[in-house]
Ligand binder design. Structure first.
Ligand SMILES: N[C@@H](CCC(=O)N[C@@H](CS)C(=O)NCC(=O)O)C(=O)O
Length: 220
């Protein structure tokens, strides 16, 4: 039995990665378990047993939790062989993992900071955030949210996001300049699965176009 604890919101990057992976693998037999961050469902003791970091998503397969969205996508890919979401050659699989590592280490915190400064900062009451900060177990996330909340556009996390995404789109443009359809060639892989929800949020908050100038391949 497959259960996915996830957020339904359109800008839920990590949850959408898992949902896209399930869709690409044509896996329909899974049970949705919705989490609401503002209800603090992710701090519920039952959920903390599955995901001690109190973050979403978590995939539960026959009672065993799988955590971290990019690892969840990899796991989903391994559940069945067709269609494969990883390239065949070892070296290409390694390059794929390099892209995904960057998406986790640079892409995700960058999008989180830019989304926070553009939207959340003005709509989430400070009391709600303070309650969340008191319970979060990921210090880096708490420090990032506090910095963006307190210093807005001047937060170093916003700068990290802007520069980080500039470097990502530069490398994407160079990679796509040979006319290939996807980052890893003709095949849709876990790179697309992991990046698509991030790029979607950059589009939703209207930042995306700034990185397209002079980058025709990535714009395509
Ligand atoms: N590295 C984790 C990050 C997960 C994460 O931070 N998820 C967000 C939602 S996109 C979350 O659960 N936030 C809870 C909070 O901010 O307290 C992953 O990729 O699964």
């Amino acid at each position: 039995m497959l259960e996915l604890y996830y957020l339904k919101e359109t800008d839920s990057v990590c949850s959408n990665r898992a949902v896209i992976a399930l869709a690409e693998k044509n896996i329909e037999d899974w049970t949705p378990r919705f989490i609401k961050l503002l209800n603090e469902d992710h701090f519920d003791s039952d959920y903390l047993r599955l995901n001690p970091k109190a973050v979403v998503p978590t995939l539960v397969h026959d009672g065993k939790p799988v955590r971290e969205s990019s690892i969840i996508c990899d796991y989903i890919d391994e559940l069945k062989s067709d269609p494969p979401l990883k390239p065949e050659s070892l070296i290409d699989r390694t390059y794929m993992r390099e892209w995904i590592k960057t998406s986790d280490e640079v892409g995700f915190p960058g999008v989180a900071a830019l989304n926070f400064v553009t939207r959340f900062r003005s709509v989430i009451p400070i009391e709600k955030l303070e309650s969340l900060w008191g319970k979060q177990t990921d210090l880096e996330k708490t420090l990032r949210q506090q910095s963006v909340m307190r210093t807005g556009i001047n937060s170093e996390w916003v700068l990290r996001g802007l520069v980080g995404w500039d470097q990502i789109f530069k490398k994407m443009d160079e990679t796509l300049s040979d006319g290939r359809s996807w980052i890893m060639g003709d095949q849709l892989t876990l790179v697309a699965v992991c990046y698509a929800p991030l790029v979607k949020v950059l589009d939703m908050i209207k930042w995306l176009v700034i990185w397209f100038k002079g980058r025709p391949h990535v714009a395509r």
